[in-house]
Structure formats: structure tokens, C-alpha cells
Unconditional design. Structure first.
Length: 437
């Protein structure tokens, strides 16, 4: 089976791409269509919503962090036996960093690489015929990126819809539908983006409302025909990050949620066994495992509970005496000596590394990163280069005295200095690894 695919893009964040994508995934799934979701760029939140909506695992594809062969492999996996793949763009469709060779991180890179057309979502609140000028710009900005149709979002009235639709259709772009303004369709947010699907108290009912809205607003048959069959050449997992061990103790609960789906799938397919445990439930890593992984998440929301989790803390310390422990972002914060929460209260963490972090003294760190590993460890050998990103508001308020985990540079190769810490078998960093460089 050759799956059809379409990219759902927009001029900017906040245009309604996620709501449209989630609603369409559920609407097609209700029709019995084998549909899959993909999110471009470094994003832990939206693939979870895609998974809830479609009933199948989500996926991230990132053209900056992932080499083209890895993109091909992961896309082919996700398409699998699917009939339709909906790819949600991060930010604006063409937004990325200025680098050559279609590795900007934008969804437009995937449109060029795979020949996938774009469904353009336009938030038309506060405008009417001007929407056609925006659509015209998208249609002609890059000849290698084809706009297949437009979906209008947040229309205030039928007259508003008509003015925008007629203007856009005059420039030769079809309007596939129009979603009327409805505050009940907006997803809740928190400091790192949307609230995760697993935390939404009525996630299924909300997705059903989104699906109802999309079925009412968009011609699903026409949209399915606009999606293009994509036959992807053979890819490779050569640039994928290898399993950090044969048996992996993975922290997994409300405080530790950020593990990219492509990592977990690749590790499983490579023969590794993942053994989840919950620090919030005061569980320690299974002693039979040969590595422990603390992913990112929201430890700052549960700092007091983690500080009291003595079984977890002592068990992790015992584990780290003979086996590697690695923490990313939130996991790195928990590996430190202390964490100051948003109220300014300081909580003792595991102390396996000596730094201290604060969520009270917040500063946003966001961007692609290249990390050159300083010493052999779970993520690779000394000198290996990984691509990934940072996205956090917490900051280091005491650097401690540990050796650095890696030297990092930004997405364009500008050196940023040392990152993270390592002591004995323990390593940690704010850097989220996506793939080998």
C-alpha cells in the first residue's frame, strides 16, 4: 500500500494547525481510514495528541537533526500500512534556521524531499480579502513547495467566510473548508506548550468535538484526494541513536514524559528491553537493567514529591555505583543537588551531580544544538557528535564542580561552551538528543 500524505502548514504558530490536525486525524479514523500523524521539528507534546486522535503512535521528523536517509526510514515506517499521513508543521511552514542543503528544520524541507503538497491553514480573524494576499505569497514563494488548498480558520460569520473564500479562489487556490470561531476548540497550554494529551481530563471528548467540527467544516473526500501518494526510497537507521543498553530502566510518569517516539521504537526494534519505573511512585530502577535513563518532563511541578522519594533516590544512587545513569533536561535537574521550584522553595534532589537549578529564576533557552560528547557513555563515544535541541525555562544557579558532559554549538555551528555534567557513571545535560550528526 502506498500512503497518501499532506502537510498541514500555516504562516505562524497559533494559527490552529494542531486543532485542525487532531480533528482531521480522528475524523478520518472514524471513517475507517488508516491514518497516521507526524509532527515536524523538536516537539514532545503534539505527537501525543496525534496518537490519541488516530489510535496509533505519533512521530517527529526533523530535517535539521535527522539526516535524509533517517527521514526516509522513519517516514516509511510511519506510513507502513497507512492510507493517509497527516504531517503537522511546526511554527510557520518555511520557518527554520539558515543552513544549506534543505536541512533548515522547516516542514518545507519535507515537502521538497518527499514531494508532499501543503494544506495551508489561515487564521482569518481580523482580516478578509487580505487572506488571499497571504495565500498568494505562499503559493509563489517556493516553486518546489506546492500549496494544494486552503482551510480558513476562526471565521466570524458566513459573510466573513465568503469574502475570504472568493478572494482566495480568484488566485487559483481551492478553499477546502472553513472552521468557524469557537473558543471551546482551543487546547489548554502550559509553560512548555500545550498540556500533554495524557494530562487532559477529557481528552477523548475534546478530540471528538474537534473531529465533529472538522467534518462539518472540511470536505474530507476532497482533502483525501488532494493528498499525494508518496513512494519513499529506502532509508537507513545509520544515524539513529543506538540503544544505551540492552535492558533500559526508563523513568516514566507525570514528571518524566519526554522521550521521542522514534528512540523508543528504534531501541525496541534493535533488541533492547525497556523497563519503565515511576520516581513519583517512589520506585527505583530495576537492578537487572544495565542503564538508567531519566528523560525530560516537568520535575519542577513535582519537586517536593521527588525530594521525599527516598526509595527512588537511594535505589538510583546504588544503581549508579556500577551502571550508567543519564538524564536529559528535567532528568538532568533531578540528578543535581537541588531544584528551586516556581515558588522559590528549594528541594533536595538526588545529588548524583553537584549542580543546582531553579524554575523560580526563569530564562527561556530554545534552539538547535550540536553536542560533541566529552567521554564514552550511554549516548556514544568521546568525540561523537549528536544533533538535538534545548527547550527549557529552568536555569543553572550553581554550576557545581563536575566535569562537562559535552561541548555544544548552536544549529549553525557557533560554539556555546560546555554543557551538562558527568561524575563516575552519571551524566546529564539540558540537551535533548535526536540523532547522530
Amino acid at each position: 500500500m502506498t500512503a497518501r500524505a499532506i502537510i498541514i502548514g500555516a504562516p505562524r504558530s497559533g494559527s490552529g494547525k494542531t486543532s485542525v490536525t487532531i480533528g482531521l486525524l480522528r475524523a478520518f479514523a472514524r471513517r475507517g481510514i488508516k491514518v497516521r500523524g507526524i509532527k515536524t521539528g523538536p516537539d514532545y507534546i503534539d505527537p501525543g495528541f496525534h496518537a490519541f486522535a488516530a489510535g496509533t503512535p505519533g512521530l517527529n521528523l526533523d530535517s535539521w537533526a535527522m539526516q535524509p536517509d533517517l527521514l526516509r526510514h522513519l517516514f516509511a515506517q510511519q506510513a507502513g500500512d497507512a492510507e493517509l499521513v497527516l504531517i503537522e508543521s511546526a511554527m510557520g511552514l518555511f520557518d527554520g534556521i539558515v543552513v544549506p542543503d534543505n536541512r533548515t528544520g522547516s516542514a518545507a524541507d519535507l515537502a521538497r524531499l518527499f514531494g508532499i503538497p501543503v494544506l495551508l491553514v489561515l487564521d482569518i480573524s481580523g482580516q478578509s480579502q487580505t487572506a488571499a494576499a497571504i495565500a498568494h505569497g505562499f503559493a509563489h514563494y517556493d516553486a518546489a513547495v506546492k500549496m494544494s488548498a486552503v482551510v480558513l480558520n476562526r471565521a466570524g460569520s458566513e459573510r466573513h467566510r465568503t469574502l475570504c473564500s472568493e478572494a482566495i479562489e480568484k488566485i487559483g487556490l481551492p478553499v477546502a473548508g472553513c472552521v468557524m470561531r469557537d473558543p471551546s476548540l482551543v487546547l489548554p497550554e502550559r509553560h512548555l506548550g500545550l498540556v500533554q494529551a495524557s494530562e487532559h481530563p477529557e481528552i477523548d471528548a475534546h478530540i471528538e468535538r474537534l473531529a465533529d467540527a472538522m467534518e462539518k467544516a472540511i470536505d474530507l473526500d476532497a482533502l483525501f484526494s488532494l493528498a499525494r501518494p508518496v513512494d519513499v526510497p529506502q532509508g537507513s537507521v545509520e544515524a539513529a541513536i543506538a540503544p544505551p543498553g540492552q535492558r533500559i530502566a526508563l523513568a516514566q510518569d507525570a514528571a518524566f514524559t519526554f522521550l521521542y517516539p522514534h528512540h523508543q521504537r528504534h531501541w525496541h526494534e534493535a533488541g533492547a528491553e525497556i523497563m519503565p519505573f515511576s520516581p513519583l511512585a517512589d520506585e527505583a530502577p530495576d537492578a537487572s537493567c544495565d542503564v538508567c535513563w531519566l528523560p525530560g518532563g516537568y520535575p519542577e511541578l513535582y519537586a517536593g514529591q521527588l525530594a521525599m522519594a527516598n526509595t527512588f533516590k537511594t535505589g538510583l544512587a546504588r544503581f549508579s555505583e556500577t551502571k550508567p545513569v543519564h538524564g536529559e533536561c528535567g532528568g538532568y535537574m533531578v540528578l543535581g543537588a537541588a531544584l528551586e521550584d516556581a515558588d522559590g522553595v528549594t528541594h533536595a534532589m538526588t545529588g548524583l551531580l553537584s549542580h543546582a537549578t531553579s524554575f523560580a529564576q526563569r530564562k527561556m533557552n530554545l534552539g538547535y544544538r550540536q553536542a560533541k560528547i566529552a567521554a564514552d557513555g550511554p549516548l556514544g563515544r568521546a568525540g561523537d557528535v549528536l544533533r538535538g535541541h534545548e527547550f527549557h525555562y529552568a536555569r543553572v544557579i550553581d554550576p557545581g564542580h563536575d566535569l562537562a558532559f559535552a561541548d555544544i554549538a548552536d544549529g549553525q555551528g557557533k560554539p556555546l561552551g560546555a554543557s551538562g555534567g558527568r561524575r563516575g557513571m552519571v551524566t546529564g545535560t539540558f540537551f535533548h538528543a535526536i540523532a547522530k550528526g
